[in-house]
Design a protein around this ligand. Structure first.
Ligand code: AMP
Length: 189
C-alpha cells in the first residue's frame, strides 16, 4: 500500500499514520519527524531547518525532496509506505511524481483528513500540553502561521491529486478509532 496522508496541522495525520503502519506493516515516512531528529542530532540539515520550523514556515523543497528520495530507497519502503507531511507544495508533488515514475511505482490513495478549522487550535494546544511543550512550533501564533501556509501552499494539492483520481476524503472530526476504520474500509473497497 502506497499512501499519502494530508490535512492541516492538528488534523491527526501522525496519529492515523501510526495506526496504518501497524495495520498494513508499512513504514511511516514523516518529513517532520526526520527534520526534528536532524535538529536533535545537530546535523547541517537540522541547523538549516531549525529556525524555519520554529517559525512555522516550510523548509526548502530541495531539502525535503532529498529526504524523501533517499528514504524511498530504503529496504523497508519497498513494499509500501505512508507519507506523512510530504508533499506540502505543488513542486514537491511534482518531484514525487517523478521519483515514483523512476521507480515504476504508483500511489494507491491520497487520504485527506477533513477537519473543522476552529477545532485545530484546541487540538494543538492539547498536543502541546500532553507533550510537555516538546514541539517549538506548537504554540498559537506559530500554529496560525502553519495554518496559513497549509491553506496557501498545501491545500492546492487536493485538486492536484483529484485530477489524478487518487483523493480519498475522510471526516477527521470523528474519534480516532472511527477515522481509522473509515480509512481502512475505503482502502479495502
Ligand atoms: P509536521 O511534523 O509534518 O507538522 O512538520 C513540522 C514542520 O517541519 C513544518 O511546519 C515545516 O517547517 C517542516 N516540514 C515538514 N515536512 C515538510 C515538507 N514536506 N516541506 C517543507 N517543510 C516541511
Amino acid at each position: 500500500m502506497r499512501l499519502i496522508i494530508m490535512g492541516p496541522p492538528g488534523a491527526g495525520k501522525g496519529t492515523q499514520a501510526k495506526l496504518l503502519v501497524e495495520k498494513y506493516s508499512i513504514p511511516q515516512l514523516s518529513t517532520g519527524d526526520i527534520l526534528r531528529s536532524a535538529i536533535l542530532s545537530n546535523t547541517p540539515m537540522g541547523l538549516q531547518a531549525k529556525e524555519i520550523m520554529a517559525s512555522g514556515d516550510l523548509v526548502p523543497d530541495e531539502v525535503v525532496c532529498g529526504i524523501v528520495s533517499e528514504r524511498l530507497d530504503d529496504k523497508d519502503a519497498q513494499n509500501g509506505f505512508i507519507l506523512d507531511g510530504f508533499p506540502r507544495t505543488i513542486a514537491q508533488a511534482q518531484a514525487l511524481d517523478i521519483m515514483l515514475d523512476e521507480k515504476s511505482i504508483a500511489l494507491d490513495a491520497v487520504i485527506v483528513l477533513e477537519v473543522d478549522a476552529n477545532s485545530l487550535v484546541e487540538r494543538i494546544k492539547q498536543r502541546s500540553a500532553e507533550s510537555g511543550g516538546a514541539r517549538s512550533d506548537d504554540n498559537e501564533e506559530v500554529l496560525r502561521k502553519r495554518l496559513d501556509v497549509y491553506g496557501d501552499l498545501t491545500r492546492p494539492l487536493i485538486a492536484y491529486y483529484e485530477k489524478q483520481g487518487r483523493v480519498m476524503k475522510i471526516d477527521g472530526m470523528a474519534s480516532i478509532e472511527e477515522v481509522t476504520s473509515q480509512i481502512a474500509n475505503r482502502l479495502e473497497k
